[in-house]
Design a protein around this ligand. Structure first.
Ligand code: NAP
Length: 286
């Protein structure tokens, strides 16, 4: 029951109306019996500082930060975790004992959760896309002791920057999406992760698109696990295609739930949050 003692956690971004976080977080808060609710607050760029400063003063117990504020929020935090610094993105905040914002990033833990559940570590991986999510994925693959990573992108400048960022930590190679060498790497990959938004639910004419087109996937072997970060639709056209080829597939819903689970644990100083409660709430909703 919401009473005059109930406090809140919020998602700050723009837009936020499509977000699934309130569904899974409120299910978890209720299950854990915490006197907290989770709400989504739309926030324009120019209001970010004002809103974050105001939330400090009104008993807010934590925040999730989403597009387009994941970088801008750095300037408003007094403490930043090593992982958020490394990824150059913050997705979770809480107030420290001095009532100042402390920021971290739970995307890496979210990404590796389904792979750890499968006991899947080491091997060769291919990452598609070179944006923000690719950064978390590459860090996750390094944490899981993968031996070699290739990154395929259509964007040379973000690709070069990404490779430069991680090249002192792992054997990592960047390829443009029209590079013929990608075929050999697809054939050898133990894991392929799509971090491009291609296949996301949008308009009907885009329904069957796959990253870099269907011919890009011609050398895919059934031994490869294919992981798509997109969670709507689940499965995506890519995952349907790969499942038909006999590959094991992982959709983005597990990552979404696991990063939310880690955020809730951060806000509650390490409380164990059951994955299935949040996952079931989303499955029921979608
Ligand atoms: P981002 O920073 O915008 O990066 C997207 C990447 O995909 C860029 O390299 C971009 O290249 C590339 N790309 C975009 N459209 C493309 C196209 N039509 N063909 C080929 N490449 C294309 O976005 P992000 O934050 O990394 O997010 C990427 C996806 O991951 C989104 O679908 C997001 O919903 C999903 N995601 C899911 C979770 C989860 O919890 N499951 C978490 C994070 C992200 P350009 O630079 O050339 O545009």
């Amino acid at each position: 029951m919401i009473t005059s003692k109930t406090s809140f956690i919020a998602l700050i971004g723009n837009p936020v109306s499509h977000s699934l976080s309130p569904i899974m977080q409120n299910a978890a808060l209720q299950y854990l019996g915490l006197d907290l609710i989770y709400i989504a607050i739309p926030c324009e760029n120019e209001n970010l500082e004002l809103i974050l400063n105001s939330l400090k003063k009104i008993n807010c117990k934590g925040l999730n930060i989403t597009i387009p504020h994941k970088q801008k929020v750095f300037d408003l935090c007094k403490e930043i975790s090593p992982i958020a610094n490394k990824l150059k993105a913050i997705n979770t905040l809480k107030l420290n004992h001095k009532k100042e914002w402390s920021g971290t990033n739970t995307d890496v833990e979210g990404f590796i959760y389904p792979l750890r559940t499968l006991n899947f570590t080491k091997g060769q991986a291919m990452v598609l896309g070179s944006g923000g999510a690719a950064r978390s994925v590459i860090q996750g693959l390094i944490d899981l002791n993968f031996t070699m990573i290739s990154v395929v992108s259509r964007n040379k400048s973000s690709l070069d920057e990404l490779i430069k960022n991680f090249s002192n930590q792992i054997e990592i190679k960047g390829l443009l999406s029209n590079d013929f060498q990608a075929q050999n790497l697809i054939e050898d990959a133990d894991l392929i992760v799509n971090t491009t938004p291609v296949g996301m639910k949008k308009t009907t004419y885009e329904i069957n698109v796959m990253p870099y087109g269907e011919t890009f996937w011609r050398s895919l072997k059934s031994k490869t696990i294919v992981y798509d970060l997109i969670y709507n639709p689940a499965p995506t056209p890519l995952l349907k295609f790969c499942a038909k080829k006999g590959c094991m597939t992982i959709d983005g819903l597990q990552m979404l739930v696991a990063q939310g689970m880690k955020s809730l644990s951060f806000w509650t100083n390490g409380l164990e949050v059951p994955f299935h409660i949040m996952n079931d709430a989303l499955k029921k909703y979608l």
